[in-house]
Design a protein around this ligand. Structure first.
Ligand code: URA
Length: 231
């Protein structure tokens, strides 16, 4: 958003007044005086007027190792939500970038930066999501080919994008998906009447869960992990 717009969206600042504040050098962004009304600001810029903060929200990014039984939601009447696994101070204004089913486990990303999470979920960005899956019955030999070709979901009227399957065992696979349809993996195995027993997300794009974070624990993302989504 342009800085003059940001200012005139504040209570008691008209568009004319915003331009006057800018022209007279009373506005600064990230500690530097800004006079250009076209200057672009984001929800996480530190913006002051006469030294008084108008906006000082920090962008926050976390990964959580989701345990089974928790809903990927901010609140719910019936089930515990993943937000309950975070400290109160960290929860504020966070949203989930790519949900997991209640029974699923593994990598969940949470942030208050809507532009960042949009980059992860934009269909044309083709961000890979990697899952380890175990099934009730042995994996049908045709599964890899059918998943690579795509499966028609009549409810949405779409064919799923190609999914890569790596066989890990008789009843265990690693899958790479480039989209996230509702219950997608369970529905894909549904075509083979093979119920999914466990579904664990290991990786989203460049961001890996790894083995250090215990189920139910979370940590801030590193600068490299955050930047991997923007680039
Ligand atoms: N596919 C599913 O069926 N469930 C998930 O939680 C994620 C992908």
């Amino acid at each position: 958003m342009r800085v003059d717009r940001f200012l005139s969206n504040q209570p008691n600042i008209s568009r004319k007044q915003a331009r006057i504040y800018l022209a007279s050098g009373q506005v600064s962004v990230a500690g530097k005086t800004v006079t250009d009304p076209n200057f672009a600001v984001t929800p996480f810029c530190q913006i002051t007027l006469d030294g008084q903060p108008l906006q000082s929200q920090q962008a926050r990014y976390f990964m959580l190792n989701k345990p089974t039984g928790y809903l990927s939601a901010t609140e719910d009447d019936q089930h515990p939500t993943v937000m309950e696994l975070l400290d109160h101070n960290d929860r504020h204004k966070l949203h989930i970038a790519g949900r997991l089913d209640r029974s699923s486990t593994g990598l969940l990303l949470l942030t208050n930066d809507g532009r960042w999470s949009q980059k992860l979920t934009e269909p044309d960005k083709q961000v890979a999501k990697i899952y380890r899956v175990t099934t009730a019955n042995p994996i049908d030999p045709e599964t890899a080919e059918v998943f690579a070709d795509g499966i028609y979901f009549s409810y949405e009227g779409i064919t799923t994008k190609p999914v890569r399957l790596e066989q890990l065992g008789d009843k265990e696979v690693r899958l790479t998906l480039y989209e996230g349809r509702y219950h997608q993996i369970k529905r894909m195995f549904g075509r083979f009447r093979n119920p999914v027993l466990t579904l664990h997300r290991e990786q989203i794009g460049e961001i890996k869960l790894g083995s250090n974070l215990k189920p139910g624990h979370y940590r801030p993302l590193t600068d490299t992990e955050i930047a991997s989504v923007i680039s």
